[in-house]
Each structure stands twice: as structure tokens, then as C-alpha cells.
Design a binder for this molecule. Structure first.
Ligand code: ZN
Length: 342
């Protein structure tokens, strides 16, 4: 019935790579995303990509900068792309340290070119705006080459996040066990398991990967507009441990992973939203444990009026917290994680 949709989905990508994605050796190049504008009729956006391959073996797709204001993964993957040599590997890694390059250059979550949120646009659109075209290229060209996907995120400008990995449970025991083993190998101290109903639903890179049967691990490695040194270290060491775990990195990294605490967002009410506009004054730290009806902070209305307390009705761990003081009704202030029943 909906032939237009079917045609759009099957349309070939207009993005192209300046390098052979499957050749042996190490090569850096670009994905060229067409961007025809007033001052550049035949212009393109050059998105950096590095291929490092040594013979047959699995292929890992390593992505950061899907949101431009999340820096730990961008710095970590850039460094690994410089360090890793083909002889270190069996198989291939495709590294995209700044996937949404225009957003990264602008220090923004969304692309300044089309306001596109790359990790909410999968499986993308071959003939859409630059951000949708990029998502479509990743989904239609890169994912079919991948045996595992690692997508490094952080809280970005608006959220401070506890260092964690995230997996979307499929309900299929073998696939879920495989993703849990990726989380253990990566070694973030917390792994948050979702059913996909939270942030991005089916529109994320990990959802697109899993739709093709490819195991995917996402991370949150810091937040605010800064760069967490601990988060960068976790990005680098965790990525190396994961690459060894899946049989791509030959030598076992010297830095072992610590234990991983498996947690989940228990229900919709584990997201605490602002009830009014104003200045948000938090009184609990990210990573802290709260019990009962805890006081999370206050919102001070503008102009001056009595502050309104923010109550956290769920017991659990503060997984993330709003990082920007100025707040609007409906903004997410906290997300609470609880331990997964053993
Ligand atoms: Zn993100």
C-alpha cells in the first residue's frame, strides 16, 4: 500500500566513502555527505572515518559524536584510531569519532544544518536532510558490514551522567546474554538495561543494529559541556577490552574490567520532570542512592516566589541529573536506576 515508503527505504545512499571499507591495512578518509547550499552548489560535509583491517575476522563499528556535545567518546576513539595498527588486529575496525561532524563543530546535540538529532533518525532517509542521509548511510552501508557496534555517548550539555553502558534487551535469551557479555567486557561500573521504551525507541543506532541481528553496546561517559578524564579513560580502555572480547584485538589489554552492576529504569515514573519553569537547584549528586520520597532539589520560579521542592518518588540510584540550572516545565531533572533482580 505504502509504496512511497518502501521505495524511500530501498533508495541507494547519496553519501559515499573516499576509502575502500573492506581493504587490508590502515586508511583514513571521509564519508562525503552532499550538502548543496547557496555558497556551495556541489558542497559536501566530510565526516572522518578510519578503517584498520588485518585479514578475515569480525568487524567492529566504533562510533562517537553522534551527538556533537558529548566529548569523551570523540576524544577516546580519535586517540585509538591513531594508536591501533593492522598488526594489532584480526578482522577490521571502522572508526567514526565525530559522526555528526557539523554538530560536533557547533558543540551541539543537534546538527546546526537541519536541526537533526542523529540518534533519533534511524534508519534514516536516503533523500532527507544531511543528518537523515548520514543515518541512512550508517544503517544501509556500514551496519551490514558490522558484526558488533559500539556507540559512545555522554550526557551532553543538558545532563550529567553516571559512567555506564546501556543495552536494549531483545527478550531473546542468547542475544541478551551476548550483549551483557559486551557490557562486562567494556567494564563501565554500571550497565543500564532498557526495553527500548525510554529515550529513543526504534530510532537509535543500537536499535537499527539490533534489527539486523547485530549486538550493540551504547555508553554514557560523562556530561555537562566538559570532558571527564575518567570518561575518556573508560572510552579507551573499555573499547580495547571489548575489541579483545569479540576476537578482533589480538592481545589482551593489561587493564582488567571491574565488576558491572546491572540496573534498569524500573518504570516511566523513574524519570522526574520539572513541574514549573525556574532555576533548578539540585541537592543530590549523580551516582547517589535515594530512598523513599527523597528531596531531589528545588525549582526557584522567576520572578521571585517560594521555591518548589522536587520530590523523587522512586528509590534507587541517580543515573543522571539535569546539568543546566535554567529549567522549563517538562525538562527531565533526574533518571533513577534500580538493581535488576538477580
Ligand atoms: Zn548522546
Amino acid at each position: 500500500v505504502n509504496t512511497h515508503m518502501a521505495t524511500a527505504k530501498a533508495a541507494p545512499s547519496r553519501v559515499w566513502a573516499t576509502l575502500d571499507l573492506q581493504r587490508d591495512g590502515k586508511e583514513a578518509g571521509y564519508l562525503r555527505v552532499p550538502h548543496s547550499i547557496d555558497g556551495s552548489a556541489y558542497g559536501t560535509i566530510p565526516v572522518p572515518i578510519v578503517r584498520i583491517r588485518n585479514g578475515e575476522g569480525p568487524t567492529a563499528l566504533l562510533v562517537a559524536g553522534s551527538h556533537g556535545d558529548e566529548y569523551e567518546g570523540q576524544v577516546g576513539l580519535s586517540r585509538l584510531a591513531r594508536l591501533i595498527q593492522p598488526r594489532d588486529l584480526r578482522g577490521c575496525i571502522l572508526v567514526l569519532p565525530h559522526l555528526n561532524l557539523p554538530a560536533a563543530r557547533a558543540g551541539r546535540r543537534l546538527s546546526p544544518l537541519d536541526e537533526g538529532n542523529l540518534n533519533r533518525l534511524f534508519p534514516g532517509d536516503a533523500n532527507g536532510g544531511p543528518t537523515a542521509m548520514l543515518a541512512h548511510y550508517v544503517a544501509s552501508v556500514l551496519l551490514p558490514l558490522a558484526s558488533v557496534v559500539l556507540d559512545l555517548h555522554s550526557g551532553g550539555c543538558s545532563l550529567d551522567y553516571v559512567g555506564c553502558s546501556l543495552i536494549r534487551a531483545t527478550g531473546r535469551a542468547d542475544e541478551d546474554a551476548q550483549m551483557k557479555s559486551l557490557a562486562r567486557a567494556f567494564g563501565a561500573p554500571i550497565c543500564s538495561i532498557s526495553d527500548g521504551s525510554g529515550g529513543g525507541g526504534a530510532t537509535t543506532l543500537s536499535a537499527a543494529a539490533q534489527a539486523l541481528g547485530i549486538p550493540a553496546l551504547t555508553t554514557e561517559l560523562g556530561g555537562g559541556s566538559g570532558l571527564s578524564r575518567l570518561g575518556v579513560r573508560l572510552a579507551e580502555e573499555g573499547t580495547l577490552r571489548l575489541l579483545h572480547h569479540v576476537g578482533i584485538l589480538r592481545e589482551e589489554p593489561a587493564f582488567a574490567a571491574g565488576p558491572v552492576r546491572f540496573m534498569e529504569v524500573p518504570a516511566r515514573d523513574a524519570y522526574i520532570y520539572a513541574a514549573i519553569d525556574g532555576i533548578f537547584e539540585p541537592v543530590v549528586e549523580v551516582g547517589a542512592t535515594v530512598a523513599g520520597d527523597a528531596l531531589g532539589g528545588f525549582i526557584h520560579p522567576l520572578p521571585d516566589a517560594d521555591p518548589v521542592p522536587v520530590s523523587i518518588s522512586r528509590s534507587g540510584l541517580i543515573g543522571c541529573r539535569r546539568a543546566i540550572a535554567l529549567t522549563k516545565e517538562g525538562d527531565c531533572l533526574f533518571k533513577i536506576l534500580t538493581d535488576v533482580a538477580p
